[in-house]
Write a protein that binds this ligand. Structure first.
Ligand code: DGT
Ligand code: CA
Ligand code: CA
Ligand code: ZN
Length: 571
């Protein structure tokens, strides 16, 4: 039944007309019709087919015609035109809950509010409360609504999205009739943050799956619901779209909704060149108009005479050309990882003992782990004094005698101090198997200074890896000012590796820089920076970044076996 969907279009029409300052009666008519259709017990599409449209109270001739157009063509031209005419910033304000068109046009007329920024400014300067029918309370409510809206429009990190996806997929797998189900969109491509979560499924009973989806206990709001698709909000801000698709076009739909948009646009061009029109449902052979359906994504790429492109690479950054020439890299996988070279123990600010970290790493199938605890410079992290580090080296050697077939490496995460000096003397660093150097202090320095600090560390013969090289924290802190090209060039010369810190709010280096690093001849290391044993598992997020950076096993230091690793660490 499309009643809700039609009602929504009519409500939106009314809102846009009101924004535009149209005739009041016209606006009221849209609202009335929308409410009538929304509360109608029978299927309005059926009513339309039987030409009984105007028998519904509240639906006049003009609106009946528009609904017919919408049902016939899937869109409403006057509506599209209205959207195009309305200033974008103003239309966006309609999405802020609690802000109606009446208020928005008042704000627009009296305070010249044209977008969210203007609105926030007007509220902060207490200009809104002076308007007719407004007051301090409505002003405060507007500020709250903007905050909620903004929170909703922020992107979510992979580790927040992942449990949501897993819970929903697990839940829907229990619904009778469900066949395939998979996340698509930026989540499937392993992007470091996702805007919304897209899920695709096939089912013999689509209606049941949709009903179950919108009724899951975690659902906080249903944004829309149709016979084969629905959108919900969970955890306050996360939008999840579900689509039930036909089995025979599952591959094509999955390809389309995996994106990215840029990749799809390029792929469509290539398809056209080969005589096909690629849509979300099929690959249509232009010569005879025959639709080719694909239930597997692989067969689309094959038909277009190219290698299968892994989702992480689908950003139109050369992957289609490479796939056509058969030179896609063989991307690294989680199972290629043989150890973790940057983790912390209770010797510094970690929670678990060295032994607990080591045993957890062995359980993951690793051959080695480097306990890289902090140096003393950043007071709060419980950094080890040189004497403590000597003791730790003894403790590790004793533990290694006990652990069979697994090696604990002596590591250190040595701070690059504000003056550019390392926080441990060279002779102490020389005693470590793995030295990770990083900037935690004086991140506000000028680009030249920070770049210089990093290059000095890179050139130190004891330093093996630069940890979280840009210092950014996703959603919280921008990277410090640094000339990354110079840093990477120095790393390539010195044979120092750059870290992909796998911690989900770091992912530093990011995908773009990691790919540049590889292209410049720099080796990478994917480390978790785990502060407790359970966090060793965040390695998988670092692998997503590495795959998006086109990295292969050989590009990553900690895919090496222990012997090879030791050789590589001798620079
Ligand atoms: P997000 O949610 O902002 O992290 O990014 P995506 O990539 O998940 O984007 P989303 O959710 O808007 O749409 C999912 C996919 O659907 C997108 O990656 C590609 C496809 N798609 C959406 N809109 C268009 C479009 O206008 N043209 C094409 N070719 N593909 C589109
Ligand atoms: Ca998405
Ligand atoms: Ca989406
Ligand atoms: Zn660390």
């Amino acid at each position: 039944m499309k009643n809700k969907e039609i009602a929504k279009v009519l409500y939106d029409m009314g809102e846009l007309l009101e924004l535009k300052g149209e005739n009041r009666f016209k606006i009221i008519a849209y609202g009335k019709a929308a409410r009538a259709i929304e509360s109608l017990k029978e299927d309005f599409e059926q009513v339309c087919k039987e030409k009984r449209l105007e028998s519904v109270p509240g639906v006049g001739k003009a609106i009946a015609q528009k609904v017919e157009e919408y049902l016939r063509t899937g869109k409403l031209q006057v509506y599209e035109d209205l959207v195009a005419q309305t200033p974008q910033g103003l239309a966006e304000l309609l999405n802020v809950s609690g802000l109606g068109p009446k208020t928005i046009s008042l704000l627009h007329e009296k305070l010249n509010v044209n977008n969210m920024e203007d609105l926030e400014k007007a509220a902060r300067e207490h200009r809104i409360r002076r308007l007719p029918r407004m007051g301090p309370t409505s002003e405060k409510n507007i500020v709250k609504s903007i905050e909620r809206y903004k929170k909703r429009s922020t992107r979510i990190s992979l580790d927040v999205a992942e449990p949501v996806v897993e819970e929903i997929v697990g839940y829907l797998q229990g619904i009778e009739g469900l066949e395939h189900i998979t996340p698509a969109g930026s989540y499937r491509r392993g992007k470091e943050t996702v805007g919304d979560i897209d899920i695709l499924a096939t089912s013999t009973r689509p209606g049941d799956v949709i009903s179950a989806f919108v009724r899951m206990p975690m659902v906080e709001e249903v944004l829309g619901k149709g016979p084969t698709k629905a959108s919900i909000i969970v955890k306050e801000t996360i939008q999840v779209d579900l689509r039930i698709v036909e089995h025979r076009s599952y591959g094509t739909v999955l390809q389309y909704f995996t994106g990215s948009k840029d990749h799809n646009v390029k792929l469509r061009q290539i398809a056209l060149g080969q005589g096909y029109s690629l849509s979300e449902y099929s690959l249509k052979r232009i010569r005879d108009g025959v639709d080719l359906f694909f239930d597997r994504e692989e067969d689309i790429y094959k038909t277009l005479r190219m290698q299968y492109i892994p989702p992480e690479m689908r950003e139109d950054t050369g992957e289609i050309e490479a796939a056509m020439e058969g030179r896609l890299p063989n991307l690294i996988e989680l199972s290629d990882i043989k150890g973790d070279l940057h983790v912390h123990s209770s010797w510094s600010d970690g929670r678990d003992s060295i032994e607990e970290m080591a045993r957890a790493a062995r359980k993951l199938g690793y051959e080695y782990i480097a306990l890289s605890d902090h140096s003393p410079a950043i007071g709060i992290a419980g950094g080890l004094t040189p004497e403590q580090l000597d003791k730790k080296i003894e403790a590790i050697s004793a533990l290694n005698d006990e652990l069979k077939g697994f090696t604990v490496l002596v590591g250190a995460e040595v701070d690059i101090r504000a003056d550019g000096e390392l926080d441990y003397p060279d002779d102490l660093l020389a005693k470590c198997d793995v030295v990770v150097a990083s900037v935690h202090m004086a991140q506000q320095q000028k680009e030249r200074t920070i770049t210089g600090r990093l290059i000095t560390a890179i050139e130190n013969k004891n330093v093996d890896i630069i940890a979280h090289p840009t210092g950014r924290i996703i959603g919280q802190r921008d990277p410090y000012e640094v000339d990354m090209h110079s840093v990477l060039a120095a790393a390539a010369r010195a044979g120092t590796a750059m870290e992909i810190n796998a911690y989900p709010t770091r992912l530093d280096l990011n995908d773009v820089w990691s790919r540049t690093a590889k292209d410049m001849g720099v080796r990478l290391a994917i480390n978790t920076d785990a502060h407790q044993a359970g966090q060793l598992k965040v390695m998988r997020y670092g692998i997503r970044v590495a795959r998006r950076a086109w990295l292969e096993k050989k590009d990553v230091l900690n895919t090496f076996g222990l012997r090879e690793l030791r050789a590589a660490l001798e620079k």
